[in-house]
Design a protein around this ligand. Structure first.
Ligand code: NAI
Ligand SMILES: NCC(=O)COP(=O)(O)O
Length: 375
């Protein structure tokens, strides 16, 4: 039960917009597989934002080729965005890019106007967006632009099936060429990412005094300057200042980037107590963070945009054009993205309610174990 306007307690299910992603990729398939979960239909108010025709085509293909359970599109709430182009399964191009872009625009506009509590995005191909004339590094930047925010971050969240421990990894830089990374990283950028991360850990994940591990940039964190100077020149002084400015936050680092992932992986598999690992890891560039995340949790990690005025999650995988239409795509990461979006939305609705009258009732809870509150 949750508190809504006018101080009434009513049943409330978080309202989720699920964008189809690139219609030529595995987005439609993983959405139909995920929405076959009976608990999702009961606990969440889901609207798929995409193409009714594409969902029906995917459903018919899947019914012919495999035995898994799929949601029947006829029974789903669908916001049909007709882009009038022919889509070829497995081929991302200007037509599929224009379609996935239009789904995102519709979902964001309606979320901003209050129709949805959260957006879960299916995977898109950046190259297909570019072919359609939309030059964005990814969905995150479109979300930030349309939400009018300049400070935002890409956080990956994955709960271990072995220990329930949650790995959280924020990327300080994202979709830029490797050769630009060292010049893009600055003390100001890292402070801004740390602000976002601390705020998110405290308010969305309920960790009042988080411990955050921060990677170095160079091998062995520069080996006292012998293997790269960024750590000595500014990263270590920056960390010392941050420790003074944030006495309640434990900041570890700069940790040599290869060894930073040893403890999280041990905590993931239960080889050490989960209390020994950090609450979050700050990786300085895309592959420094995402190689370990995908190694440990490709089937279940969730990409979360932080700093937006609404919740956004997405599976960690991409369009997988190579397997689209074959019925073999794993929907676990999409399921986790839907679940996390719902939990975070409930968390925000509860805290708004709490601010209004001092109640901490949460919205219609689901029986899945919580990604948002497992430390
Ligand atoms: N959230 C998003 O919108 C994301 C989009 N992408 C985009 O996706 C496109 C393809 O990127 P790739 O690097 O090839 O990554 P990818 O994740 O699409 O595929 C990598 C490998 O994993 C497999 N795979 C992916 N998802 C799977 C699933 N659900 N079940 C079983 N196997 C799966 C694929 O078949 C492929 O062998 C690119 O345009 C990239 O930008 C990539 C990551 C996230
Ligand atoms: N590697 C993560 C990714 O590609 C997702 O990016 P975005 O579309 O969520 O910005």
């Amino acid at each position: 039960m949750s508190l809504l306007q006018n101080s009434l307690y009513v049943e409330e299910r978080p309202r989720l917009a699920l964008t189809l992603g690139d219609p030529a990729g595995v987005g439609p398939e993983v959405i139909l597989k995920a929405l076959a979960e009976p608990e999702f239909a009961q606990s969440y108010d889901v609207t798929v934002v995409g193409s009714q025709a594409q969902l029906t085509k995917t459903y018919e293909q899947l019914c012919q080729c495999c035995r898994d359970n799929f949601a029947n599109p006829e029974k789903l709430k669908i916001l049909d965005i007709n882009t009038e182009d022919t889509i070829t399964t497995g081929i991302g191009n200007a037509a599929s890019g224009a379609a996935s872009f239009a789904y995102m625009q519709a979902a964001i506009a309606r979320t901003k106007s209050g129709e949805f509590d959260a957006i879960v995005t299916g995977p898109i191909a950046k190259s297909a967006w570019k072919a359609a004339g939309y030059n964005y590094p990814g969905q995150t930047e479109l979300l930030a632009e349309l939400a009018d925010v300049t400070k935002y971050g890409m956080l990956f969240v994955a709960r271990s099936p072995h220990t329930n421990w949650t790995l959280r990894t924020l990327l300080a830089t994202t979709h830029i060429p490797l050769r630009q990374v060292a010049d893009t990283l600055t003390p100001e950028l890292l402070t801004s990412k740390l602000d976002l991360l601390v705020e998110c850990l405290q308010h969305d994940f309920g960790i009042a005094q988080p411990r955050i591990a921060i990677a170095g940039l160079n091998p062995h964190s520069g080996e006292s300057g012998q293997l790269g100077r960024e750590e000595q020149d500014w990263l270590i002084p920056w960390l010392e200042k941050e420790r003074c400015d944030r006495p309640k936050i434990q900041l570890d680092g700069p940790i040599p980037p290869d060894t930073m992932w040893v403890k999280p992986s041990q905590a993931w598999y239960g080889k050490i107590g989960t209390a020994i690992a950090a609450d979050a890891y700050l990786a300085l560039y895309h592959d420094q963070g995402l190689i370990p995340v995908k190694q440990l949790a490709f089937d279940r990690a969730v990409n979360t945009s932080i700093g937006l005025p609404f919740i956004r999650t997405s599976p960690d995988h991409g369009t997988a054009f190579d397997i689209a239409g074959k019925g073999i795509a794993d929907a676990t990461s999409m399921k986790a993205a839907i679940q996390l979006a719902a939990e975070l939305a409930c968390q925000r609705i509860s805290s708004r309610s709490f601010m209004q009258i001092g109640s901490s009732d949460s919205c219609a809870s689901n029986s899945h174990s919580s990604l948002a509150t497992s430390h």
